[in-house]
Design a binder for this molecule. Sequence first.
Ligand code: NZQ
Ligand code: ZN
Length: 383
Amino acid sequence: MFPFTFYNPVKIIFGPNSIPKITKELPINANILITYGGGSIKNNGIYDQVVKALSNHRYIEFGGIEANPDYETLMQAVQIVKEKNIDYILSVGGGSVLDGSKFIAAAAKYEGHDAWDILSKGAAVKEAIDIACIMTLPATGSEMNGGAVISYRKIKQKRDFGSPLLLPKFSVLDPLHLQSLPTNQKANGVVDTFIHVLEQYLTYNNQAEIQDRWAEGILQTLIKIGPEYVHKPFDVDIASNMMWAATSALNGIIGLGVAQDWATHMIGHEITALFGLDHAETLAIIMPGVMDIMQHDKMEKLESLDTNVFGNRTKPFNVKATILKTEEFFQNLGIKTRFSDYQIYEKDMALILNNLEIKGDIKLGEKKHLTKEKLTEILVSRL
Ligand code: NZQ
Ligand code: ZN
């Protein structure tokens, strides 16, 4: 196990009907900006609950943050934050609203000339506005981490950044909020969470027993509850477990002291930037390819996945069958797993390669063995 330092101070407020608790969490003298997305919170009653909880607080609103939050939209909010002296942001929505809010919080305090440098050049976040969230979609884990992913549609790029300064002060996780989610967003959430775990688990054995068993526990849970969460009528216990699975997958704990991959995410981000697929849709295409083409690096963990997660006791272990089980899990949730399912063809692969090259040298994966040649093999294998 590698040495590590772990710090995660996010206060989690979990359970049905939790929104009234934010009244006491938000400083009474704060100058708050409530951020939200395309309007789902106005249709499902969450907005009304928030407004009620803030009846004695001072706040203004910024709505319209799109899925895969766009840099230009967020810069409009930065302007408002500066003009109105906002000192607290309350994000109400899914991962996109929260990620966008994290960027607003950092960009409003950025002293450089161009805030895009935070994303394109990794310019340091030295200060940020306080932020908290009501997470309405279990998927990204953004509610308990300091990371964010921002899109810039004009230049067809998507970049991530992060800072401990962007860890939410608190996050409200109310499983009842998941009742209004469309089926495809539920499926996206299961797939994204599953792949967050694989990015940290499916590398090589680093003798991190606790982390590996935690990771397997999350994967087992998703296999058990995922289909019911997506396809059956709402059940508060299923929703609760899904919410906690998503948070647990990307709050840092399962990644402590282990090698991490994240190649699937890096490739997936470019596919969203170029072709507009949902985040999880891109991951479901790429992950089976990474498992296959990089199997030599991952063999021991592929076998653990097969035995400890899929429960296969038959030996010898068959790597192709394990990859197929993973792919079928995504498909059974209703998520497609091939480029051709989205009318993306061989001629488009050069665009993905080019976008990844713009980011820098292509050497991805836990051992940096995923070179441009391997990447090409992965992409072609998923047509
Ligand atoms: O915009 P609104 O009206 O809010 O509707 C949203 C949106 O259309 C809707 N929605 C959210 N909660 C709902 C709801 N509809 C009904 N009822 C509810 N309770 O769902 C749609 C998708 O929302 P979005 O926030 O885009 O989804 P998600 O949470 O999956 O976030 C995706 C973004 O997060 C990034 C992705 O790249 C993508 O940009 N990621 C962030 C990570 C992080 N910060 O750690 C890690 C992830 O790997 C990921 O990259
Ligand atoms: Zn993800």
